[in-house]
Ligand binder design. Structure first.
Ligand code: ATP
Length: 270
């Protein structure tokens, strides 16, 4: 990938206590690109995002964001780092006791000293960008799931982050809302020049919008490529993933150490 890397992971290994989660992961994401991270459940995708946001630190290797090593930031550097970052996590929880306006205004009021008149203009701009100008007086309970996710996106984008992290942004959405969120993620990424990383299980929708895909399995990057390369990949592993087959190189059943018969204390048939 391009040498103008905004995010670089070099030989990163991470363990929770003694349990290795990521092993020797290296990747490089150019500025302004939208990248998907896919892989089976528990493979370490969210852990990757948490390393990049600085919530956890790698035991080995480097996590560089815009040339700065996140693993060695002190508290005030981490605070600055997070200010430049927007996050949209599963279900993008809005504050239920705040109106749409106050939800989007929240990061602006918390993290800047802008006067209320400027905040009001910015909130309207962000709501307009997600196609929901006119909803500012509504409460979250009055929104559909798709609208709530778009408001959460407007809130995550309120400070024009250089880096956006999405963790399963499509979860629980109907197909139309999912398509709308996917297009907005792409549109906002391109319009603002943001660098974005999206952890997702939705292979088909993501292949439509991302620039590059990384596949994680057992804590390692096992494949990567452009959407076209992924669609035409011959690897059985990728084919299983893209087609959503329950069984293949990635097994449906957990590899139990005893057979079912043994577990029930029965004699095995020859
Ligand atoms: N705080 C924690 N302490 C200990 N183990 C953890 C912790 N957080 C996650 N894990 C474990 O680390 C592994 C990787 O978790 P992670 O959330 O990164 O996976 P994932 O690929 O995002 O999975 P999913 O797609 O199911 O969300 C899992 O086995 C999980 O149980």
């Amino acid at each position: 990938m391009s040498s103008d890397s905004f995010i670089t992971l070099r030989n990163v290994s991470f363990a929770y206590n003694d349990r290795p989660i990521l092993q020797d992961v290296s990747l490089s994401i150019p500025r302004g690109k939208l990248v998907a991270i896919m892989g089976g459940s528990g493979s370490g995708k969210t852990t990757l995002l948490r390393l990049i946001s600085g919530q956890i630190r790698a035991q080995h290797g480097e996590v560089l964001v815009d040339g700065r090593d996140v693993g060695h930031m002190n508290n005030s550097e981490l605070y600055q780092h997070r200010r430049r970052m927007g996050m949209l996590f599963q279900f993008g929880a809005l504050f239920t006791d705040l109106s749409v306006f106050d939800n989007v205004a929240f990061p602006l009021r918390e993290l800047t000293r802008l006067p209320e008149s400027v905040i009001a203009d910015l909130v309207l701009l962000k709501l307009s960008a997600v196609g929901l100008r006119g909803t500012e007086r509504l409460m979250p309970a009055e929104l559909s799931g798709g609208m709530a996710r778009r408001i959460a996106l407007a809130r995550a984008m309120a400070l024009d982050p250089q880096l956006m992290l999405y963790d399963e942004p499509f979860t629980g959405l109907d197909p139309i809302s999912l398509g709308t969120i996917a297009l907005l993620i792409k549109k906002l990424n391109d319009a603002l020049g943001t660098t974005s990383i999206m952890v997702t299980h939705d292979v088909h929708k993501s292949l439509d919008i991302v620039d590059h895909v990384y596949f994680v399995a057992n804590g390692r990057i096992v494949a990567e490529g452009t959407p076209d390369e992924v669609r035409h990949a011959e690897s059985p592993w990728l084919a299983q993933f893209v087609a959503g087959e329950p069984d293949g190189p990635v097994h449906f059943a957990y590899p139990a150490s005893t057979s079912l018969a043994q577990s029930f204390g029965l004699r095995e048939q020859a």
